[in-house]
Design a protein around this ligand. Structure first.
Ligand code: NZQ
Ligand code: ZN
Length: 400
């Protein structure tokens, strides 16, 4: 196991109905909050009403910023940051999926510095992010996830897109760890089937990225990872069949938090190439992050991992999908088949063409992936340095 330093400062409050305690929890940290949420779901489901009622009951002042779109945009973040400044808010309260939570963290950053968030986006053309990362100062953030997927509720990352330059990448730093994350599985009952499934794939990917690319001598992390993978595979289907299955929803949201809180990546130093290859897709075509990951995963396993680290893919198959083959390459093929079968069952087996992506854009997207995701290098970190041609080859395999 490699040396590591791990600091997980977010207090986690978990349980059905806990959203009702929002006001009392927030009151310990703030007098007036900016509630950052998406454009429609939290109004339709009643989640926003629950939060507002609880804030009012506790005498916490608030204003609502309900302009966050999926794949949140830099200009939206800048408007939210200005609103937090104008309204003298002292905390940002995120209510929603990864998009609302990421936007909230970015707004917390802009609210303090007054600088446009684009300057902080890693890999942006101006290179200013090199001075501004990691983010050291931001308003405090509290998160209330309504979708099990990103783990943004308890980590220090935000993924923001500059829509003009098509740069989607992370903003991160210790100041962005939420103070508290309120995980109320009941808020996720209303997540539609396709986002439930995309979220499950995203959780699975947060687990396999480091497992495939990082140091291989971290047994504790490997077993934690495999246990969490088994849970996401086990509970995605029940949540789809019965959206109000509390046991399944509770396990999915808790798995999403644990998958990207730093526990499984500590001591491994892995990378996240599939995420970077996907982020270009959602930056260019505004697709669902988890769906893009689902499309790319089988090709990534086949073209990269089966060649570079067949023993890891074989192990994943044996530990998570009951693959029995003793030969590693045969086990790899059976694992890829099992993963595709799971994607089919939950409805995420897809193609780039079907998601509206144009063949003529593949080359430029591959090049942009290296430029933005390579962070100044002409390759993407993975089991070996990936070139733009290799990224293009991945896109081509899953095009139709
Ligand atoms: O937009 P609204 O109206 O809020 O509706 C959302 C959205 O349309 C809806 N939704 C959320 N909760 C719901 C619900 N609908 C009904 N009932 C509920 N309870 O679902 C749609 C998708 O929401 P979104 O927040 O976009 O999804 P997700 O949680 O998958 O977040 C995706 C974003 O997070 C980034 C992605 O790149 C993407 O921008 N990521 C953030 C990470 C992080 N901060 O650590 C890591 C991830 O790898 C990822 O990159
Ligand atoms: Zn992800």
């Amino acid at each position: 196991m490699l040396n590591f330093s791990l600091h997980i400062p977010t207090k986690i409050i978990f349980g059905k109905g806990e959203v009702g305690r929002t006001g009392e929890i927030v009151r310990e940290h703030a007098k007036k909050v900016l509630v950052v949420t998406g454009r429609s779901s939290t109004k339709k489901t009643g989640a926003l009403d629950k939060v507002i009622k609880s804030l009012e009951g506790a005498g916490v002042g608030f204003v609502v910023f309900d302009q966050v779109e999926p794949n949140p945009r830099a200009e939206t973040v800048d408007r939210g940051g200005q609103m937090a400044r104008d309204e003298n808010c002292d905390l940002i309260l995120a209510l929603g999926g990864g998009s609302a939570m990421d936007a909230a963290k970015a707004i917390a950053t802009v609210a303090i510095s007054g600088r446009p968030i684009h300057e902080y986006i890693r890999g942006n053309k101006t290179g200013l992010w090199k001075e501004l990362q990691p983010v050291k100062e931001a308003l405090p953030v509290i998160t209330i996830p309504t979708l099990a997927a990103t783990g943004s509720e308890a980590n220090s990352n935000a993924v923001i897109t500059n829509w003009e330059t098509k740069e989607k990448a992370g903003v991160s730093g210790p100041a962005l760890f939420p103070r508290v994350a309120i995980l109320d599985p009941e808020l996720t009952y209303t997540v539609p089937a396709h986002y439930t499934a995309d979220g499950a794939v995203d959780i699975f990917a947060h687990l396999y990225e480091g497992y495939m690319t990082g140091d291989e001598n971290a047994d504790v992390q490997d077993e934690l990872t495999e246990g969490l993978m088994r849970n996401v595979v086990k509970y995605a289907k029940p949540a789809l069949e019965n959206p109000e299955d509390d046991h399944a929803r509770a396990h999915l949201i808790w798995t999403s938090t644990l998958a990207l809180i730093g526990l499984t990546s500590a001591g491994r130093e892995g990378s996240n190439p599939v995420h970077k290859i996907e982020h270009t897709l959602s930056a260019f075509y505004d697709i669902s992050h988890g769906r893009g990951i689902a499309v790319l995963t089988p090709a990534y396993f086949r073209q990269i991992i089966r060649k570079d680290r067949p023993q890891r893919l074989a192990r994943l198959g044996r530990q998570v999908f009951q693959v029995k083959h003793e030969d590693d390459l045969e086990a790899c093929d059976a694992t890829i088949e099992a993963v595709q079968e799971w994607f089919k069952e939950i409805g995420t087996l897809d193609t780039l063409k079907n998601l509206g992506i144009k063949q003529e854009a593949l080359k430029v997207m591959a090049e942009e992936t290296i430029r933005v995701g390579g962070l100044g290098h002409n390759f993407l970190a993975a089991t070996h340095p990936l070139t733009a041609d290799e990224v293009l080859h991945l896109y081509e395999e899953v095009f139709e």
